[in-house]
Design a protein around this ligand. Structure first.
Ligand code: ADP
Length: 367
């Protein structure tokens, strides 16, 4: 069978018409970021931000047009917007809500009020700690603004498709991983808005053959806007963890994150303080550069748990950059121990919630 090419994809899409505009999607210049690799096809459809979910049927039509091409093993189509969406309430959708994903026992979101606080580094090290404790773990990189999990886990290449047109997660250091970074070219500037993010995330969650997982760790996009709220609403999250640095400003952002999850009834397991303090490698002096302890105080004030602190340490950055995070590269070190303590606390919370549910009668949820 001949390999499907980008040209084949574009030819097929010329037959898909945007009813509203009366022209085909290629002619309208709506298709971008086409990636074709070994029969796996991914691309984005650019729509007006305000069009939102109204374009879901168009997305489906594009997906079906490509699925029927010979040689295509999987198709991932996402809606994306380049224009700002006017301020409005988060979308509501006549969906069945948060359906559980079969085989996945629990899903934990790792979130932060803003970027650069070490959310992805923390998410990966927590996932690896849970795997070290004998759990089956997956990481879903939902940080569509800057998907960094493949780099942190030292994973290159693209996922293969399964026989039933789902994607196989990639794997390294004993954890499975799926990332937007596998599907969309890294240099594609894209502004994702709430309703559009949803299709990407749901595909990564449901169209991926995760197998049996005890925990799926979701690395959320930083911030507390519409995109994050939609994700928190649509994914059946068992709970969320907020990563913060000790600075006050980051903490006020963390507070927003906490409120966001509470708004959508997702339990917040607690706050992790990252870059909490600095142990001078020369003299051993402990310097609290950012005024250590803020997260503990905030957690207390907001009625959530303080899950632990991670120091600012060059080894944490270097090992991450090398694709061998500190929990796997120095598993007996003090930093790995700090991540293990935090992940144990999270695991205990998960067990508490999932055990409760397995013993309780089935709940009837009315949206
Ligand atoms: P975010 O996901 O919040 O944007 P990242 O996890 O990408 O943040 O971290 C931002 C940068 O800070 C990266 O270079 C990372 O290696 C570094 N970093 C994160 N946590 C620590 C830490 N505890 N000590 C040293 N460097 C860290």
């Amino acid at each position: 069978m001949s390999e499907v090419t980008e040209q084949d994809v574009l030819e097929a899409l010329k037959h898909v018409v945007d009813e509203e505009k009366g022209q085909d999607v290629v002619g309208l210049g709506m298709i971008s970021s086409v990636v074709v690799k070994n029969g796996n096809v991914g691309f984005a459809i650019e729509v007006d931000a305000e069009a939102g979910e109204a374009k879901e049927p168009l997305r489906k039509a594009c997906e079906e047009a490509i699925e029927s091409l010979p040689g295509v093993l999987s198709v991932t189509v996402v809606l994306t917007a380049h224009r700002e969406k006017p301020q409005q309430a988060p979308p509501t959708r006549p969906s069945t809500g948060k359906e559980n994903v079969s085989g996945i026992r629990s899903i934990v979101a790792v979130a932060s009020g803003k970027g650069g606080v070490g959310k992805s580094t923390t998410a990966v090290n927590i996932a690896l700690s849970m795997a070290a404790a004998g759990r089956q773990v997956g990481v879903l990189d939902a940080d569509i603004y800057g998907p960094s999990i493949p780099r942190l886990l030292g994973i290159k290449g693209r996922p293969d498709a399964t026989g039933d047109r789902r994607l196989k997660p990639m794997e390294n250091h004993g954890v499975r991983c799926m990332s937007m970074g596998f599907l969309v070219a890294e240099d594609t500037p894209m502004i994702w808005r709430g309703p559009m993010v949803q299709s990407a995330l749901e595909q990564m969650l449901r169209d991926v053959d995760w197998g049996e997982l005890d925990v799926l760790v979701v690395d959320m996009p930083p911030g507390t806007g519409d995109a994050q709220l939609t994700m928190a609403q649509k994914v059946p999250l068992t709970g969320a963890v907020i990563v913060s640095t000790p600075q006050d400003i980051a903490l006020s952002d963390a507070r927003k994150g906490l409120n966001m999850f509470r708004q959508v009834d997702v339990p917040v397991f607690g706050i992790v303080e990252n870059m909490s303090y600095y142990n001078c490698p020369n003299c051993g002096h402990r310097a609290e550069i950012f005024g250590h302890g803020g997260a503990r105080a905030t957690a207390h004030r907001l009625g959530t748990k303080f899950l632990g602190e991670i120091p600012l340490h060059i080894g944490i950055r270097e090992t991450s950059d090398e694709g061998k995070p500190i929990v796997v590269s120095v598993p007996r070190g003090e930093h790995a121990a700090a991540y293990l303590r935090i992940s144990d606390r999270i695991a205990a919370k998960i067990d508490e919630l999932t055990d409760d549910e397995s013993h309780a009668p089935p709940r009837i949820v009315i949206d």
